[in-house]
Design a protein. Structure first.
Ligand code: FAD
Ligand code: 2HG
Ligand code: ZN
Length: 472
């Protein structure tokens, strides 16, 4: 039984209908754990409203009854933000039925979409209008626009187009008391005071429920070239990205770093992939250049850049994709890391950032500190070099017990975060704090910033019913 008053359940059912209310424990199951099973909770109910008005009515009823809500999109988040606690009194509010593309304004280069639209569908709608929506990440077939906004998602094209923050012009939000804030402005300039939408972006569901957004579109890409390059070190990657940016400017749209360990996991666990080179190399980057002109001379630029890199010993080997199939094959090596690491037992995921220039020293220092304190742990380092954002992930030593490794997870995280902060970095660059890094943020973030954040939380959600226990 849900534990909620029968009259409240009845009122909620009247708002969302039979199709929008799940009370059955079996049917709730997939809403109560993340895909890795790293976070699991209980809920009184799962609600699936189908319109902004329904969301508003649900939020109002829950606010009056003092019931906490946990917003959920595609449930692909990596820090437990969309999973309720284990007391069974919270209600999961799934936004996946708010899935309409409301408007494409090609002349204004904008698209207005509801929060439950899957990212891939948004990309396709933009393409149908001859435009590009550039946010791109491994979970794009399942994650939703609402989740992308609530986590300020990053991904593999931030280098050129920015995070979700930079891609958003307007928002519609249901506030914690059930009022609807219509901030769906499609303006590139609006200097009328505080930029409220930016408060909701990256707020991980703690300030309100995002129901729709106006997002920026860009010219479609008409030329593309993709290369897989072997490197001796992370320092070579930093040199190479500087060189390629100098040569190609904004045509450099992807620059993803991977360690040999990361690639080995993918080769071992992901079917249908193969190593592009006969020899093993310590590090790799996936480089992508793109242009809005058809037949842009991207291969010439790439060849020039790589030629110079070979001469200076910055690059060791390279392969350039010769077809669409090969482009996909190279990206499969990069995008497969997350899944592959999952097959190696519990994985500790980190999404730190440091200034790009400091990436090599960060990796060297953290590798050393970890191997000294936790001999044998397998470091799976990869990420978005152009954003200074590394997934400095850790898998258990070969043969170690899962439980013994999990027991060390806090201590491992502390080593990584201590070095991160020493290098003037951030403990979360793109996944957010959720429940995984909430306590670490309390420790590492400036107390004044935390105090300001708490005041904002109190101003929007004085009763603390929006995703309690997350972020703050
Ligand atoms: P959920 O997981 O459902 O929720 C995430 C958070 O947002 C929760 O706190 C939830 O309460 C809140 N929320 C969801 N919807 C709303 C709403 N409408 N209103 C208010 N709050 C809401 N992330 C990156 O940034 N870059 C990557 O490159 C990347 N790659 C990934 C690759 C894989 C294989 C996987 C599994 C995940 C990856 N992620 C990445 C993480 C994840 O996909 C993103 O965080 C994504 O934005 C989450 O979207 P979602 O719809 O699944 O949100
Ligand atoms: C990526 O860049 C994602 O692939 C996922 O942010 C990172 O699984 C991870 O640790
Ligand atoms: Zn990432």
């Amino acid at each position: 039984m849900s534990g909620l008053p029968v009259s409240l359940i009845q009122a909620l059912r009247e708002v969302v209908g039979e199709a929008g209310l799940i009370a059955d424990v079996e049917r709730m199951h997939s809403y109560l754990a993340d895909w890795r099973n790293a976070y699991r909770g209980q809920a009184a109910l799962v609600l699936r409203p189908a319109s902004t008005e329904q969301v508003a009515a649900v939020v109002r009823l829950c606010a009056e009854a003092g019931v906490a809500l946990v917003p959920q999109g595609g449930n692909t988040g990596l820090c437990g933000g969309s999973i309720p606690d284990d007391l069974g009194a919270q209600v999961v509010l799934s936004l996946t039925r708010l899935n309409r593309i409301r408007e494409v304004d090609a002349a204004n280069e904008t698209i207005t979409v509801e929060a439950g639209v899957i990212l891939q569908r948004l990309q396709e709608a933009a393409a149908e209008a001859g435009r590009l929506f550039p946010l791109s990440l491994g979970a794009e077939g399942s994650c939703t626009v609402g989740g992308n906004l609530a986590t300020n998602a990053g991904g593999t094209a931030v280098l050129r187009y920015g995070n979700m923050r930079e891609l958003t012009l307007g928002l519609e939000v249901v506030l914690p008391d059930g009022r609807i804030w219509d901030g769906l402005r499609a303006l590139r300039k609006d200097n009328t005071g505080y930029d409220l939408k930016q408060l909701f972006i990256g707020s991980e569901g703690t300030l309100g429920i995002i129901t729709a957004a106006v997002l920026k579109l860009f010219p479609a890409v008409r030329s593309l070239t993709t290369a897989w390059v072997a490197l001796p070190s992370p320092r070579a990657a930093v040199e190479l990205i500087g060189q390629m940016r100098g040569l190609c400017g904004d045509r450099l749209t992807g620059f993803e770093l991977m360690s040999r360990q990361s690639l080995e996991f993918v080769l071992h666990h992901v079917s249908g992939v193969s190593d592009p080179f006969a020899d093993a190399h310590p590090w790799y980057v996936l480089i992508e250049l793109s242009d809005t002109q058809p037949d842009a001379p991207l291969n010439d630029m790439l060849e020039q850049g790589l030629g110079e890199a070979f001469e200076r010993g910055v690059a060791l080997d390279a392969v350039v994709a010769a077809s669409e199939v090969q482009v996909r094959a190279l990206w499969a090596l990069r995008e497969g890391i997350s899944e592959a690491q999952n097959h190696e037992g519990p994985s500790l995921k980190h999404d730190i950032s440091v200034p790009i220039s400091r990436i090599p020293d960060f990796i060297a220092r953290t590798d050393q500190a970890l191997q000294q304190a936790f001999p044998g742990v397998r470091i799976v380092a990869y990420g978005h070099v152009g954003d200074g954002n590394l997934h400095y992930n850790v898998s258990k030593p070969l043969g170690a017990e899962d439980a013994a490794f999990k027991a060390q997870s806090e201590a491992i995280m502390q080593v990584i975060f201590d070095v991160t902060v020493n290098f003037a970095g951030s403990i979360s660059a793109e996944h957010g704090l959720g429940q995984a890094k909430r306590d670490a943020a309390r420790h590492y973030k400036d107390p004044l910033e935390l105090e300001l954040m708490r005041s904002i939380k109190r101003a929007f959600d004085p009763a603390g019913l929006m995703n309690p226990g997350k972020l703050l």
